[in-house]
Design a protein around this ligand. Structure first.
Ligand code: GDP
Ligand code: MG
Length: 720
């Protein structure tokens, strides 16, 4: 069995190539001890070859989790060959890693990917010359189009069967090479001949992890010091410079870039979009329109239709009438029409809005704008201790919190990662959209600002939490630098937008058929039956139902937030099952045949409009704030637990979210009431909370004793 590892920069196309080579024969897991994704697979048509997709990295230094994982795998597991995948449209930058991989003493083959882009740009890469200079095979491919990959794998297998490594003794300037060969002589014998170049370079760079492994003799340190004096630079920078000089000489013979005299359209757009002053306002306006259009205008039209007409009238009335004619008992009609159609229908009714929202977000991502936003947000997030990397999970979290939480894996600094996991679900996920749409439509008459405000409440909650948490000892420390390539803008393809929309949206439809269906049946039973004269009976008045009793116990908790009715308490609690359930519960409770229908005004979300009997605009907004910010659904809490890999942190996260949501909703309601002229104990408590919040936001930062390197070790990195 041959082991071939796939290594390359992030976004060089590793995953695309991996999928093309392995097809369905793959296995996804985690690297031992850390939550970095590990992908392994068998190559199609080559039974005896195992392919490993390593995390994307820019270098083999020990600074990020991905780098540590990759290099330990390469050093300890010694795969039979490495396919170094290189983004041909970004040749110079990608070759930096190549110059490090070749030092490992493992047979290497270079795959120049994205050849379709290179050709389209009119650039030329001479692969045979490059191959000669590097001393290993260089194969042009396009992973996306599947071009050149069979040739690649054939050559990779033949390289893996040899033991061929390249002579690297003339890569750097003579001065540096001389010192490196001196160092090599000092390396203990247990290190294989082939790996000595790597260890020599790392010892020269004073790589901490290598020094822990090999005792560094004073002789080596003296050599390095001498070199540093002579070149007036630190040893790590000396090597970096040497690598770039080598790459420049490589590229001179093998690479011709079509000269671009004028700045590209992308750059022109970026001048405006990432402008220091305009960037944020532009982003705010774009997100405002995304939410305004998908929830309030177009979305509202579709949802009113699906809720009022499709589920509210056509389906439920037809179904009820038909069931009556065939003589089905009343309770079963109630269960079907009020329970199932009411609950599931209420949720499905909002699916069109979700799809429009997801399509618009997909367009923003595909065209390259969202990458700029991460860059813009980095500037802001940095001010309160998070990096732009934290924004990516939040971006993904606007679809569903679970992949959002999982995306936090790319953050190497542990406290940043924990903080991101804790705050990602503040962003309104797709399943929270029905709550927003319902409140906006049924209580605010579709006011323009309600839906976009949900998004900005999420962003504000993240920022406020970031500021508060960073000032505690637990989360202190500087955020890691954020490096990201900005792809050129391009028009998204219809196919990819639709695919992304479907990927994010289809799970909601599936949930409607399973978890929402079950919950709806349960809620219907609990709300239709009650204890009358000591026996369980169907009750006419919902307020006598079991659900009302249970809800009545919980409701006082929410009374200070303005929504003390048992119905809203039940809806909030059921939101833990799935956030769609918040609306689903109201759907069941006000099922079309229920007595609530008379209370409903025309055109206000069908029977769901009946929620207006429990809310004022103010308490509805407080309800919205609480449900947006409190603990996410069980599935997302599960994801938090997996990523935290620790029960205490999980509970802390959930408790923090609930307390934060409660405090915010409390202040919204109490201060709001004050403006309507109510002043009481609640108002005073609200002022005290506000003062506490201001204190937490403004107090000075705590120092963290451990250094960056220790933090990296914290990441429960385990060897072997
Ligand atoms: P990874 O981060 O190295 O795993 O990179 P991915 O496989 O996720 O690819 C990054 C992006 O490059 C994706 O959007 C791919 O569709 C795209 N991509 C990959 N290979 C090619 C290629 O050969 N040509 C073009 N044009 N795009 C590619
Ligand atoms: Mg990948």
């Amino acid at each position: 069995m041959l082991k071939i590892a796939l290594a390359g920069n992030p976004n060089s196309g590793k995953t695309t190539l991996f999928n093309a080579l392995t097809g369905s024969k793959q296995y996804v897991g985690n690297w031992p001890g850390v939550t970095v994704e590990k992908k392994e697979g068998r190559i199609k048509g080559q039974k005896e070859v195992r392919l490993i997709d390593l995390p994307g990295i820019y270098s083999l230094s020990p600074y990020t989790l991905e780098e540590v994982v990759s290099r330990n795998y390469l050093l300890d597991e010694k795969p039979d060959a490495i396919i170094n995948i290189v983004d041909g449209s970004n040749l110079e930058r990608n070759l930096y890693l190549t110059t490090q991989i070749e030092e490992l003493g493992i047979p290497m083959i270079v795959a120049i990917n994205m050849m379709d882009v290179v050709n389209k740009n009119g650039d030329k890469i001479d692969c045979s010359k490059l191959s000669k200079s590097l001393g290993c095979p260089v194969i042009p491919i396009s992973a996306m189009k599947g071009e050149g990959i069979s040739d690649l794998i054939e050559q990779a297998v033949s390289v893996a069967n040899t033991d061929k490594t390249t002579d690297l003794s003339k890569r750097f300037s003579t001065q540096v090479e001389n010192v490196l060969s001196e160092i090599q002589k000092q390396i203990p014998n247990e290190i294989e001949e082939k790996q000595r170049r790597w260890y020599a370079v790392k010892l020269f760079e004073r790589d901490e992890k290598v020094i822990q492994q090999i005792k560094k003799s004073t002789k080596i340190e003296a050599l390095v010091n001498e070199m540093e004096m002579a070149m007036e630079d630190d040893s790590e920078s000396i090597i970096t410079n040497e690598r770039y000089q080598y790459i420049t000489s490589l590229i001179q013979n093998c690479y011709q870039k079509k000269s671009k005299s004028k700045i590209s359209t992308s750059d022109k757009i970026d001048r405006v979009v990432t402008n220091r002053f305009l960037a944020l306002p532009i982003f705010a306006v774009i997100m405002f329109f995304v939410y305004y259009i998908s929830i309030t205008t177009i979305g509202d039209l579709v949802t009113v239709f699906t809720n009022d007409t499709l589920f509210g009238a056509w389906i439920s009335e037809t179904l009820a009438a038909w069931m009556e004619t065939i003589g089905v008992s009343t309770w079963l009609i109630g269960l079907t029409v009020d329970g199932i159609v009411g609950g599931v229908g209420a949720v499905l009714g909002f699916v069109p809005q979700m799809f429009i929202l997801f399509a618009m977000l997909a367009i923003l991502e595909e065209c390259g704008y969202m990458a700029r936003v991460a860059f813009i947000m980095d500037r802001i997030f940095r001010k309160f201790g998070l990096s732009g990397k934290s924004f990516i999970p939040m971006l993904i979290g606007t679809g569903c919190g679970i992949p959002g939480i999982m995306a936090s894996r790319t953050i190497e600094n542990e406290s940043d990662r924990r903080m991101t996991i804790m705050t990602t679900t503040f962003m309104p996920c797709g399943a929270k959209m029905p709550i927003v749409a319902l409140i906006a439509g049924a209580l605010f008459g579709g006011a323009w600002w309600v839906a976009p405000s949900a998004y900005f409440i999420g962003v504000a909650a993240v920022i406020i939490s970031g500021l508060i948490l960073k000032k505690t000892k637990m989360f202190a420390g500087k955020p890691a630098p954020f490096v990201m390539e900005l792809p050129t803008y391009h028009v998204p393809t219809l196919g990819s937008v639709l695919r992304s929309m479907w990927e994010r949206g289809s799970s909601f439809i599936k949930k409607a058929g399973t978890i929402i269906l079950l919950s709806s049946v349960l809620i219907w039973f609990l709300s239709s039956f009650g204890m009358v004269d000591g026996s369980l009976q169907m009750v006419e008045n919902m307020d006598e139902s079991i659900l009302a009793v249970i809800g009545g116990w919980i409701a006082p908790i929410f009374a200070p937030l303005g929504f003390g009715a048992w119905q809203s308490a039940v809806a909030t609690i059921m939101g833990l099952v799935a956030k769609e359930e918040v609306v689903g519960v109201f759907g069941v409770l006000y099922g079309v045949s229920g007595d609530a229908l008379e209370l409903v005004e025309e055109g206000s979300y069908g029977e769901l409009g009946a929620i207006s009997q429990h809310f004022t605009m103010l308490s509805a907004y407080s309800f919205l704030v609480f449900n947006l910010l409190c603990a996410p659904c069980f599935a997302a809490i599960g994801a938090i637990k997996r990523e935290m890999n620790n029960a205490k942190w999980t509970w802390f996260a959930v408790a923090y979210q609930c307390v934060f949501a409660y405090v915010m909703a409390f202040m919204v309601f109490q201060f709001g009431s004050m403006f309507y002229g109510t002043f009481g104990v609640g108002t005073i408590i609200a002022f005290l909370l506000l003062a506490a919040l201001v204190y937490l936001l403004l107090r000075p930062y705590k120092k963290r004793s451990s250094s960056r390197a220790e933090v990296n070790d914290d990441l429960c990195y385990q060897k072997g």
